[in-house]
Design a protein around this ligand. Structure first.
Ligand code: SF4
Length: 709
């Protein structure tokens, strides 16, 4: 159990960054340069470990350019300091006049997967019943939407991993597609030790990443497909499982529907044909399928897990890719079974909770569809409004950003916990969108690249300065606790939303006490998919480990989902037949190289926080492009030389890093930086038709030495 409050000046909380939400102890250090000392704390996910980002997290609290007062744009293009009343009154009066002129939906809201559950909930409520706009979406659309869509259609529910991370340790095999947790969340790796010991770790990644190298020495298999062909790998693995009689027929009969269509869809993907598309030797595909099958319970194994990450999800066929991974897991009889399973590895700190409480354009709290009359009725009753007040669905993030300032599109935008100038695809177009607005209001803790385009910047509290809850990658609800006061006038978003609501004529309903917000959120979620009704701060502070759904106060929570049945009408998992298509922007004569993007150990997402930590910045100070020596030779590039990269969206410049750990037809760029080295100036904003997820992960690029231009 989690120690709620340690002795003296120590506070038990969790890391501000990724979805592993490693447990930390923060000890107050009055008079020292930093107000807190950070230590890892034993917890089931991190077992005391932290990565370099976690160890250095206190640095951001006192970043030299930390926002401490509201800022208002001046006529000469700069900013001036303002008091809260002036800033909030300016914002509310501009909103009122824009809405009077253009209608309610002229205002839009963009949220974040790093906001606490309470903030995510309050933001969705604010958009729907204060602004009364359908236009709210969030940056989780960029990372979890395809996995969520595929899980929802297969299982009737998206609960991230769906099992405690510690369960991985007992499995014979773990298949990881498109996740490099050895770099993005290093403490995760200890949970792969069991599969490695038994030679059963399988990593699918076009790069030989830190995670892929864990397979070396007979610990497992690394498959490096052509970027954009993970789907083909999965179709071929499922083909082999079915063709060689390795499937769990009893499980498929009793717990699934749709096998016949899937069988037909994979029939054409025999390993030799798959090899021609994905580049993985047919024998390796067969060996992998047999390894996974041998680990499955139906064949006497200890169990196997299939885990997906952004590398295979951020595609225009991302939902279908995840469905292919689910089909493989179901064919092997892994899901909803002790010791086996399927799950996406969530990235952002509250990527799970952020998608459950109403930030998504089509959802209400409790992870319920906004078009569902019963859900609208229930939530409206909790909010004390008529259901007709709640607008219908809005549009997904990429579409929302593109519509800003256009004919009929929103003319004002609130941004909370997101740095879209760096993190959204086709970044130059995003900047143009933001510049078309009449009003941009950004709440942030530092002057991010997005904040610097705002008309009004509102300084907010963060991590160790606030109370709240987060929901980690396992669907486990954890407490964030306050250890220090925020500097200057920085205030919680909960307070800001309440003040804006009052100025916009909605009195009450927006308390700034996180506990009160959580209790209301739990009531709003009651009966929904993500049911928090039985959870409260007292239970969490008493050390209970609670995974949703938890429908009442006596319910212990649900660490493992689907053990008895799936959350579908007939209780069975739905297999969905899918097929492969090439990336929307595939390699061709004038753009012959695949560009993939990702993260480095030292930086988190848009880098707005981690680029302000000296230790992290010193270790990774600038963007780079990683390429194989054969490709570097062919392009006339060498280590450290600047390369110019051009795609159909834009141009970027980055220093070359030569490495043999990547396919010779592929380059890799991290996406943490803005400006000339911004990877997202190059990425494609075409989206998956079901989830709205952009195709960040693969695009065609031309590369030349920068000096030759
Ligand atoms: Fe843990 Fe992630 Fe924080 Fe690193 S960034 S300490 S892996 S929660």
């Amino acid at each position: 159990p989690e120690a709620p409050e340690l002795s003296g000046d120590a506070v038990a909380t969790h890391c501000p960054y990724c979805a592993l939400q490693c447990a930390q102890t923060l000890t107050r250090t009055p008079g020292a340069r930093l107000p807190l000392e950070v230590a890892g704390r034993d917890f089931p996910t991190n077992r005391g470990g932290l990565c370099q980002k976690g160890w250095t997290s206190a640095e951001v609290l006192r970043a030299s350019d930390r926002l401490t007062t509201p800022l208002i744009r001046t006529a000469d293009g700069g900013f001036r300091e303002a008091q809260w009343d002036e800033a909030l009154t300016l914002v509310s009066s501009r909103v009122e006049s824009l809405q009077a002129e253009n209608g309610r939906d002229t205002v839009a809201v963009f949220g974040g997967g790093g906001l606490t559950n309470e903030k995510a909930y309050a933001l969705g409520k604010f958009a729907r019943i204060v602004l009364r706009t359908p236009f709210i979406d969030y940056n989780g659309r960029f990372c979890m939407s395809s996995a969520a869509a595929a899980s929802n259609r297969a299982f009737g529910m998206d609960r991230g991993l769906g099992f405690p991370l510690e369960d991985l340790g007992g499995a014979d095999a773990v298949l990881i597609l498109g996740s490099n947790m050895g770099v993005t969340m290093p403490p995760f790796v200890q949970h792969l030790a069991g599969a490695r010991e038994r030679g059963g770790l399988v990593v699918v990644d076009p790069r030989e990443t830190v995670t892929a190298r864990l397979t070396h020495g007979d610990r497992g298999i690394h498959l490096a497909p052509v970027p954009g062909t993970d789907m083909v790998v999965l179709l071929a693995l499922t083909h082999v499982v079915l063709a060689e009689g390795l499937a769990d027929q009893a499980y498929l009969r009793e717990r699934t529907t749709g096998l016949d269509a899937v069988r037909r869809s994979v029939a054409q993907w025999w390993p030799e044909r798959a090899e021609a598309v994905c580049g993985i030797p047919a024998d390796e595909l067969r060996r992998t399928a047999r390894l996974l099958a041998a680990a499955s319970p139906s064949r006497g194994g200890r169990g196997a897990y299939v885990l997906t990450g952004r590398g295979m999800e951020q595609m225009s066929q991302g939902t279908a890719c995840v469905s292919a991974a689910i089909n493989l897991a179901l064919t092997l009889g892994l899901v909803g079974r002790h010791g086996s399973g399927f799950g996406p590895v969530t990235g952002q700190g509250n990527g799970q909770g952020g998608r459950e409480h109403g930030q998504k354009s089509d959802q209400l709290p409790g992870y319920r569809m906004i078009t569902d009359p019963a859900a609208r009725e229930h939530v409206a009753q909790v909010w004390g409004v008529n259901p007709d007040v709640i607008p219908g669905p809005g549009v997904p993030a990429v579409k929302l950003l593109d519509s800003l300032g256009r004919e009929g599109g929103p003319r004002a935008l609130f941004v909370h916990g997101s740095n879209v100038v760096v993190s959204a695809p086709n970044a130059d177009a995003v900047v143009e969108s933001l510049k078309r607005l009449d009003l941009l209001v950004v709440s942030d803790l530092v002057p991010s690249e997005t904040a610097m385009l705002a008309d009004v910047i509102l300084p907010v509290t963060q991590w160790a300065e606030e109370e709240g809850t987060m929901t980690n990658l396992e669907g486990r609800i954890i407490r964030r606790r306050k250890a220090v006061d925020a500097p200057g006038q920085a205030r919680s978003e909960l307070w800001i939303l309440g003040e804006l609501a009052r100025r916009l004529g909605v009195l009450g309903g927006f308390p700034d006490d996180p506990r009160a917000v959580f209790d209301e959120m739990a009531r709003a979620s009651a009966g929904g998919v993500a049911d928090y009704a039985g959870i409260d701060y007292d239970r969490l502070d008493a050390g209970e480990q609670i995974h949703w759904p938890c429908p009442d106060a006596r319910h212990p929570g649900t660490p493992r989902v689907f053990l008895d049945s799936f959350a579908t009408p007939d209780g069975r998992a739905r297999m969905v037949a899918v097929d492969h298509h090439a990336p929307a922007d595939d390699v061709r004569a004038d753009a012959p190289i695949h560009l993939v993007t990702g993260r480095v150990l030292q930086h988190y997402q848009s880098g707005a926080q981690t680029r302000r930590v000296d230790e992290l910045n010193d270790a990774q100070p600038a963007p780079f492009v990683e390429m194989h020596p054969l490709l570097a030779d062919r392009l006339g590039l060498s280590e450290g030389q600047d390369a110019i990269l051009t795609t159909a969206r834009g141009v970027a410049v980055a220093a070359v890093r030569v490495t043999e750990s990547i396919r010779p037809d592929t380059v890799f760029m991290p996406f943490h930086w803005a400006g000339a080295g911004s990877a997202n100036r190059l990425t494609n904003d075409v989206t998956d038709p079901i989830s709205g997820m952009p195709e960040f992960k693969v695009t065609a690029v031309a590369i030349a030495p920068a000096l030759s231009l």
